[in-house]
Design a protein around this ligand. Structure first.
Ligand code: FES
Length: 110
């Protein structure tokens, strides 16, 4: 009989590498522009494998509400809650960027 200890399988809280994340800025300027409602709109449309999180300032104040989709690093600006279903359907479920909502500064070609 062996007395070799088995490596323990410690639980992890890290999301799987394949998990997609939608970060919705909730800092002051974006919040003034309605970011809380944008976050609520995402929360109302959960997508398996996609984690939606409130984020601190994403450094693009004045262009908000800002939304950043990771890991593909796609930025959306001036997102309105009524546009969230389109973003969910086309980008998160369909893997197609919503060109008309892209942040011009980081996606100048659309
Ligand atoms: S407050 Fe949202 S990007 Fe700065």
């Amino acid at each position: 009989m062996s007395n070799t200890a088995q490596p323990s399988q410690s639980p992890t809280t890290d999301p799987p590498a394949s998990l997609r994340c939608v970060r919705v800025c909730q800092n002051r300027t974006c919040k003034k522009q309605g970011a809380a409602n944008v976050l609520a709109a995402f929360a109302a449309l959960p997508v398996p494998g996609v984690m939606v999180t409130a984020s601190g300032c994403l450094g693009q104040c004045g262009n908000g509400p800002m939304v950043l989709v990771l890991p593909e690093t796609v930025w959306y600006s001036r997102v309105h809650p009524s546009e969230v279903p389109l973003l969910v359907e086309q980008h998160l479920l369909g893997d197609q960027r919503v060109r008309q909502m892209l942040y011009y500064r980081f996606h100048p070609q659309g």
